[in-house]
Ligand binder design. Sequence first.
Ligand code: IMP
Length: 428
Amino acid sequence: MALNIIIGTQWGDEGKGRVVDLLAAQADYVARYNGGDNAGHTVTVGEKTFKLHLIPSGVIHPHTIGVIGNGLVVNPAVLLQEIEMLRALGVDIHPERLKISHAAHLITPGHLALDAAREQARGAGKIGTTLRGIGPAYNHKAERSGLRVEAMLHPEEFEHAIYAHIEDVNQHLEKLYNAAPLDARKEAQIYTNYAAQIAPYIANTSALLHNALQNNTTVLAEGAQGTLLDLDHGTYPYVTSSNPTAPGAFVGLGLGANHLGRVVGVTKAFQTRVGEGPFPTETEGTTASQLRGTGANPWDEFGTTTGRPRRVGWLDGVLLRYALHINGVTELTITKLDVLSGLGTLKICTGYRSGENIYADLPLGPTDLNYEPAYEELPGWGENIMGTRRWDNLPAAAQYYIQRIEALCDIPVTMISVGPEREQIIQR
Ligand code: IMP
């Protein structure tokens, strides 16, 4: 039994939620290890659509125990709302089923205000953050002035700590950004109230998962965001402030590497990005409209967290190869293959051109994307494949598209999703 990790190979929104949902059926623990409520994981089960931002999406399976690891930044208001939302949809969440690391950090209204003020101050150079306070909370963590979840176990000191933290943030808001201050006393009271509700969920999740793995259980680590948003390995500075890549799971859960099993990479059949930053294979016009959808369906390309329309483009094989290498991916899942039906000729970026040179790999990685993508064109298919469940029944051109990805990246594609429902998946 092992630690299996699911990661996104692109800029997030690869459809990891549905792959987690599938693999969680065989997992005992489902754990988030990075980010916060900037993530958006959508899982559709029958009539019900679950949109989760913070709680691991695998908890939808009643036999699992959900873990929020030390690598996260947790907004307690969002956490409590999500617990209520899950209960309302019939998912029983209680302190025996959800464990929150004592060493995770808290997001406060101070972080939300700083996120907004800093984005505004960046002007044209803005990152396009989700405005969930993620960067400022990790900033305080790295600066060693953050508030850890364990502080909630001591209500009186906690109230003082929140008060002092908000007062400190107010200095920055007022003096650096000319922004309105927050009411420190009010926020301290609200957070003390949250502390009472969250305390029963707080645990040493590193020890919990370590013991579980020693006892032959399976832990599924759910990466949030994607490889190209990784603070170290993504398109810096247009990245998030955590490590969504597979090695982030060890640090973000407090586990060693000895239990590693599968590393499942999830890749959308095309490329999307929400927020600012380079996107060499971005496309516009009718192809983009078809890839994006209208927004009428929950699975159309509009941000789960922000509602922003996503930028869309052709699959980037160069960046995909890079992501497989950074994560040590052992198998690939391709999602949303059905969306390519009826597009006509398809393209995959197989190299980057600079003058006479074509690079198969980027010399300096994805921070240096000042090249022209070189494309390979592939035949498209017209058939609707949303009802297809077997590889043999896919149109030849759809099979070829997948086989080209396998050949270009030297990796097996073990699952292909052809629609948002749980069963709309082809296993190979
Ligand atoms: P932050 O994580 O809110 O600081 O945002 C930093 C960048 O990461 C922005 O471009 C966001 O749009 C992007 N981002 C953060 N979380 C997600 C996600 O779950 N999916 C896709 N993009 C994300």
